[in-house]
Design a protein around this ligand. Structure first.
Ligand code: CTP
Length: 398
């Protein structure tokens, strides 16, 4: 995935620095090389020795280390990398980057580089939300600095909120998405995910039990193989993966518009559990109970079928269109009929009867059907199914 790619990893001084050691391990496992650089504050949390032992290379710490300058100047150190990754990016380090400071090795390397930079911020939630930090994040974004995280969760300081550094595997996914030499690098894939919400009135809607887990896992796996992923998601309970372009929608018709706007693409995977109907006359005001509505009847109209619409496109039809079939009975028969009716290239069939626990659960058992035949995959985690599907897509596009 990162074969031969060189990452210069700048470790800032925060408690999340301990995770950067795992990040070094994972980048190397993906085939990349890591040169660690520790700020003075980072050395309060981890040692240069542990970073260099895991990286298998010298860890740099000081701007004025004359031996280093003789062996490899700081300009060369940053230019020889394919990417600079700052993890954890503390509020202070991000502020230095935004302000263009160069008063230590880390900030000087960041100023001296013309290679892509990715930051993984980590800080207390108040610091994250502080206008000064938000201003700095906006400046960095304008400068073309990519960002992964932070996520929301419990912090080392005991508070709960945004500011936790993204997990090392998410950071690796974000690196791969930018640098990946994966089988799908340079390819654009559109993925739909999650349920849709079809409004009844301003406070009520029709929905379904989809969590978005399978769609998120597919987007992550495709991005892990280096694809540029546009992730069109309804209101799902599982968050989108890092490193993908997220387009949030509510209704089926908004989802169709977003998919059309995302094309052209090399492939499209329609994993969303799109509502089949919307309320014909959505009420602009909250429908009251009252005598008139003891027996409320809603009139429903069919939604556009996004998969069928895209599969039938003359212009801009992706080279490979993959649909899902959520069935409760005669799974294969119904799925095969869907493949024909919707004119997609593959259908991933799954049994969503409540007894399987698949809808909203962590596992999936699917059969992939195409014109040539069918392949039944054993029950496995949704991540595993996603990786196998992403690899099959990569093979088909190669
Ligand atoms: N799909 C879509 N747009 C819709 C309905 C479904 O894009 N309005 C897509 C889904 O994302 C999935 C496939 O079509 O890839 C099949 O969805 P499924 O819910 O299994 O089938 P339906 O077409 O809704 O048919 P039915 O509910 O009658 O089984």
């Amino acid at each position: 995935m990162l074969d031969g790619k060189r990452v210069l990893l700048i470790v800032g001084g925060g408690i999340a620095a301990y995770k950067s050691l795992d990040l070094i391990r994972l980048v190397r496992k993906a085939g990349g090389a890591v040169t660690p650089v520790l700020t003075r504050a980072a050395m309060e949390f981890i040692t240069p020795l542990s970073a260099s032992a895991l990286a298998g290379q010298k860890a740099y710490t000081d701007l004025f280390d004359l031996t280093d300058e003789a062996e490899m100047g700081h300009i060369e150190l940053s230019r020889s990398a394919d990417m600079l990754v700052v993890a954890p990016a503390t509020a202070d380090l991000a502020a230095k980057m935004a302000g263009g400071h160069a008063d230590d090795l880390a900030s000087t390397l960041l100023m001296a580089t013309d290679t892509p930079v990715l930051i993984a911020p980590a800080m207390n939630m108040r610091m994250w939300l502080h206008p000064a930090n938000q201003r700095n994040m906006a400046l960095l974004e304008d400068d073309g600095v990519a960002r992964v995280g932070p996520s929301e969760g419990e912090m080392a300081c005991g508070e709960y909120g945004p500011g936790r550094m993204a997990e090392p595997d998410e950071i690796v996914d974000a690196i791969v998405a930018q640098l990946g030499t994966g089988a799908l690098s340079g390819r654009h894939v559109v993925v739909t995910s999650g349920p849709t919400h079809e409004p009844i009135d301003p406070v009520r809607y029709i929905a379904n039990r989809s969590s978005g887990a399978q769609g998120s896992a597919i987007a992550a796996a495709l991005s892990g193989l280096g694809a540029n992923v546009t992730f069109v998601t309804g209101p799902a309970s599982v968050p989108p993966p890092p490193g993908v372009a997220v387009v949030r929608v509510e209704t089926a018709s908004q989802m169709l518009d977003a998919v059309k706007a995302a094309l052209p693409a090399d492939a499209a995977v329609f994993a969303a559990a799109v509502a089949d109907w919307h309320v014909e006359a959505e009420s602009g005001t909250k429908i009251k109970k009252g005598v008139a509505n003891t027996d409320l009847k809603l009139s429903l109209t069919e939604n556009p079928d996004i998969l069928a619409t895209v599969s039938r496109m003359r212009k801009n039809r992706p080279g490979l269109v993959v649909g899902f079939a959520a069935e409760t009975d005669d799974v294969i028969g119904n799925a095969r009929a869907k493949l024909k009716r919707k004119k997609c290239d593959w259908i991933v069939a799954n049994d969503v009867s409540p007894a399987t626990g698949i809808m909203g659960g962590d596992e999936n058992a699917v059969t992939v059907i195409d014109r040539a035949g069918e392949e039944a995959w054993p029950r496995a985690s949704k991540e595993h199914v996603a990786r196998r599907l992403a690899q099959r897509i990569a093979d088909a596009l190669s």
